[in-house]
Design a protein. Structure first.
Lengths: 345, 354
């Protein structure tokens, strides 16, 4: 090939492609990430989700300021006596009043601390439970999702990449775990584990992790199977790249996004299931700052719920909004990351 | 097709084997003393008697022998009778219900079945219809409403929703009471003149021409049915909507429109059959979701079905009862998935060739 013919093959791309201004931020983040991020902050549903999520993060971080703890264990809800009849919001603290938060006096102008959201039977302070319950919900949701996703991703990746009998065995094990309705499996395993580990957060959390990984494994496996057939993977294999490197550098980054979206959607449903177990009386102990545990007080007052509405409304709204925020973010994330949806919204 | 069904049927024993192994492993976490509830009604306090029972039923033998005995039952050396064995329908004794687990499940099952059956109707009618309506009117206000309903519904825990309904319609308005049936009606249902054909009170009362009892049973069922249904309603709606949106983007839909078919025909004849495929997959999950959803819903409404019994047993750590319940559910799930898969292959030929 002479020098002259080479020249003619060079096409000036600038001439054919429409020119588009790129901001510095876009250049720095890369076009895809930039587009995804821009989608997240311009989509109304995801904005609502992100704002709600920010609010919960703030409450969780500021819990010691919003509701100063009374004992060395901050997750223990303080109680105002032992009476069984719930008291409405605004009732004054009678006995064993916790430390007054510093913002209370400037705003309300009094030194008297009240039950902002009333008390449940046993005089547990609902406001305290809702504030510190935010920490419980975040911890429980994130930890279960993290462990579940880690186990699921490992199993799904190994299964898809190596295939053959290993894939067969791992997927049949996944099938067996999926043969149980999730909530029931979690309920059963935590009932089995409670005598061994003692009553508390651990039995239901371990139970949720034990049955929560299957969805991640299935999803990632099928995504890897489609990515594995692409030319760049073949190219990497041809030039002798190691298995682990192909898997972690070339396949996983291109197959992981749907799994991440699933993770964000799962946080909400794990928190719901965990709260459901607490509501039944299997999870957190009575008096532990957990929304489901607070809601379980309502079971004793079915005929009087009209009067004692605050036992249901405050922790219930917290739980619904928390789940909603993760689902909204997950939903928007899916739309933004799914290339087929581009331009359709 | 036959090939596919045979291949799929071969999976069933494997899955059921796995299910029993997993349950059995959970059972092994219990001490031999607690496991003796599989065979005897009351666990004795006397240690020597206890040791005798553990020896007699082989609760200290190697794991694989115990598994076999758990499945098939064991022969009592003193009487020569075969006792226990889940394959023979003997799941042991329920501490919380003070009777054999199988008897308890059989007695309470009709109440839960009635609840679940009634909940299927709104799920299918409401979920599929709204999903299609949302997809056809993509990005119009109606679609936005459907979309928001779907995502908010999916975020609403069933027990919070149930408590809110109770607060509004029972505590405040007094319209729909909790429980399964009022006391006066229960006396009539239990009386010898009332024929219990199906054990489902709504159907039996109609067959007995007792419309007052039918109305009473319905009043008790309305809130639990809505609570049980709406979650799957929201999910069915979301799946239907996104699947229909996907289908409506296909080329053959454009072709159908281009050759001048009416929009109605395009959607009914060309889009719906393909767009509803994923909904069939969801169908199997829904059946099981409804059956397992009864645990929370029955607890919220004090409804006397198998779900509230299981929840009660779980709280009191009556593991023998809970494991029997979850085994039953695992069995139903495996069967439901089998039916769904075969149905799917029947409708979509591509699946059979896989």
């Amino acid at each position: 090939m002479t020098n002259e013919t080479k020249q003619t093959l060079v096409i000036d791309e600038e001439q054919f492609l429409p020119r588009r201004e790129m901001s510095n931020l876009e250049r720095w983040l890369g076009t895809d990430t930039y587009r995804a991020l821009r989608g997240m902050v311009t989509n109304p549903t995801s904005i609502v989700g992100l704002v709600l999520l920010g609010l919960f993060l703030f409450i969780a971080l500021a819990a010691p300021i919003l509701a100063p703890p009374i004992s060395s264990n901050p997750y223990q809800i303080p109680r105002d006596g032992y009476g069984s009849v719930p008291k409405p919001p605004g009732t004054l603290w009678n006995s064993r009043q916790p430390e007054l938060p510093f913002w209370w006096k400037p705003i309300m102008g009094t030194d008297q601390w009240v039950h902002i959201m009333g008390t449940a039977s046993g005089q547990w302070d609902i406001y305290y439970g809702v504030v510190w319950g935010t920490r419980t919900a975040l911890q429980v949701g994130l930890l279960i999702t993290f462990v579940g996703a880690a186990v699921g991703i490992t199993i799904g990746a190994v299964s898809a990449y190596y295939g053959g009998w290993l894939d067969m065995v791992l997927m049949r094990i996944t099938d067996i775990f999926m043969a149980f309705p999730f909530m029931l499996a979690a309920m059963t395993l935590s009932a089995v584990l409670t005598p061994v580990l003692g009553k508390g957060l651990f039995p239901p959390m371990i139970a949720l992790m034990a049955f929560g990984w299957t969805g991640f494994a299935r999803l990632l496996r099928s995504d890897i199977l489609s990515v594995r057939e692409r030319e760049y993977v073949l190219a990497a294999q041809v030039i002798g790249v190691k298995d682990a490197r192909i898997l972690f550098r070339h396949i996983l980054p291109n197959a992981i996004f749907p799994t991440l979206v699933l993770g964000s959607m799962r946080i909400g449903s794990y928190v719901i299931t965990f709260a459901g177990l607490s509501f039944l009386g299997i999870g957190a102990e009575v008096g532990y700052a957990d929304w489901g545990q607070l809601l379980s007080f309502a079971r004793a007052w079915m005929t009087n719920l009209g009067e004692y509405w605050y036992i249901v409304i405050f922790p219930g709204v917290a739980l619904v909004l928390f789940t909603l925020s993760w689902n909204l973010v997950g939903d928007a994330l899916r739309d933004v990351l799914d290339p087929r949806m581009q331009g359709s919204r | 097709m036959v090939n596919y069904i045979i291949r799929r049927l071969l999976m069933v024993p494997l899955l059921l084997f796995g299910v029993t192994v997993l349950i059995f492993l959970m059972l092994q976490v219990l001490s031999p003393v607690e496991r003796s509830a599989l065979y005897v009604r009351d666990i004795p306090r006397n240690e020597r008697v206890l040791e005798g029972i553990i020896k007699r039923y082989g609760l200290d033998q190697p794991v694989h022998i115990q598994y076999w005995k758990w499945l098939m039952g064991t022969i009592d050396p003193q009487t020569g009778d075969r006792q226990g064995g889940i394959l023979r329908g003997e799941f042991g004794y329920s501490r919380t219900a003070s009777q054999p687990v199988a008897e308890m499940l059989a007695r309470r099952f009709p109440a839960s079945l009635e609840l679940a059956l009634l909940a299927v109707i709104p799920v299918i009618a409401g979920g599929i219809l709204l999903g299609v309506v949302g997809a056809v009117n993509h990005n119009k206000p109606l679609d936005q409403f459907v979309r928001i309903f779907g995502i908010v519904g999916w975020s609403f825990p069933d027990f919070v929703f149930g408590l809110l309904l109770l607060m509004l319609f029972y505590a405040n308005l007094g319209w729909f009471p909790p429980g399964r049936i009022s006391d006066w009606a229960n006396q009539i249902v239990q009386s010898p003149e009332f024929h219990n054909y199906t054990q489902l009170i709504t159907i039996d009362s109609l067959l007995n021409l007792r419309f007052d009892i039918f109305w009473d049973a319905l009043r008790h069922l309305i809130m639990p049915v809505i609570t049980l249904a709406y979650l799957w309603w929201a999910l069915t709606l979301r799946v239907t909507r996104s699947s229909m949106l996907e289908t409506l983007r296909q080329d053959y839909i454009t072709t159908a429109r281009a050759k001048g078919l009416s929009e109605r025909t395009v959607i009914r004849r060309h889009a719906l059959p393909n767009g509803l495929m994923p909904v069939i997959t969801l169908g199997g999950n829904t059946v099981v979701g409804l059956l397992s959803g009864v645990v929370i819903v029955e607890t919220v409404y004090n409804y006397p079905g198998i779900g509230s019994a299981a929840a009660d047993a779980a709280v009191n750590l009556d593991v023998i009862t809970v494991l029997a319940f979850v085994l039953l559910n695992g069995f139903i799930l495996v069967m439901a998935n089998l039916i769904v898969d075969i149905l799917y292959a029947y409708i979509d030929p591509r699946v059979r060739l896989d």
